[in-house]
Design a protein around this ligand. Structure first.
Ligand code: 0O2
Length: 263
């Protein structure tokens, strides 16, 4: 039997997971920085464990020398969304990227698995530049809501515990939980706009307060003490008013003051 050098085999996949994580996390970060809605709530990544690779290879009768070619989820990232409506936006984000190629899509949201599993899978090829040259690495991107993920993570643990043979009674209860998760997603969708507006306002407010505090800190080096006392009092007033327009005006005023001192 051929001995697999796991360290060597897994290295490109590990690197792929790291690069994909960085790319999708920075998309989310950029949206937040620009104050626009991000359909991505969080991104995680994992490398399939050797035992799980061997189990899958055995189940699908894949010989060791074909593992790299035929097991497409050794590298995997998972993109979590707050709302079902965000999922197509993330799918489009993946499809439109020029730095990876989509080779297959599996829609387990429309076609829920018999277990109750719901998620959207995209299989890609990621061109990785290794020290030994270019390599087109397969990877799986799973896209699902937080509710779908809560269910899948719990079910996966039970599947592992019972080696895939979950007792029927537990399977039935899991099915009920999957339906409850589906209902939660459906209910959340009805108040999506209200939630996202509140989140956007909080984000804008946090960004404004961060800018104001940075400006105040910088002004301490150049402004007169009396001016600083006034600024601090005004900040306390504006902060207590909890009025976003007043925060915005105050921030603009500080920007102008900072500019005046600079020139
Ligand atoms: P791990 O531990 O993350 O590696 P398969 O024959 O199902 O193993 P296939 O046909 O390549 O594999 O792909 P599929 O079904 O599109 O995707 C497999 C992965 O999707 C699984 O990987 C899980 O992460 C997830 N998945 C698919 N079906 C279910 C399900 O019923 N319940 C849960 N909880 N997850 C599911 P692994 O190898 O199981 O996991």
């Amino acid at each position: 039997m051929e001995i697999i050098n796991w360290k060597e085999l897994l290295y490109p996949y590990e690197q792929t997971v790291e690069e994909l994580l960085l790319k999708f996390r920075s998309l989310d970060k950029e949206c937040r920085h620009l104050g626009i809605y991000s359909p991505i709530d969080s991104v995680t990544g994992r490398l399939k464990r050797p035992a799980s690779i061997l189990e899958k290879a055995g189940r699908k009768q894949i010989p060791p020398d074909k593992i790299e070619e035929q097991i497409e989820d050794i590298a995997g990232i998972r993109i979590l969304c707050q709302f079902v409506e965000d999922i197509p936006k993330v799918i489009d984000m993946v499809r439109s990227r020029k730095d990876m190629t989509v080779v297959e899509e599996r829609d387990y949201i429309t076609n829920t698995k018999p277990s109750g599993y719901r998620s959207y899978h995209i299989i890609i090829r990621y061109p990785l530049h290794t020290a030994l040259g270019a390599k087109n690495v397969p990877a799986e991107i799973q896209i699902r809501t937080n509710a779908m993920n809560f269910w899948a993570t719990a079910e996966h643990s039970l599947r592992y515990k019972y080696s895939g043979n979950i007792p029927q009674e537990l399977q039935d209860r899991l099915k009920n939980c999957a339906e409850a998760a589906f209902r939660l997603d459906t209910e959340m969708a009805t108040i999506r706009e209200e939630i996202t507006n509140a989140q956007r306002l909080n984000e804008i407010k946090n960004n404004l307060v961060t800018n104001i505090l940075e400006n105040i800190q910088n002004l301490y080096f150049v402004a007169k003490l009396d001016d600083m006392n006034e600024i601090n009092k005004e900040f306390a007033r504006v902060w207590n008013s909890d009025d976003i327009d007043k925060l915005r005006e105050f921030n603009t005023k500080l920007n102008i003051m900072a500019e005046m001192y600079r020139t």
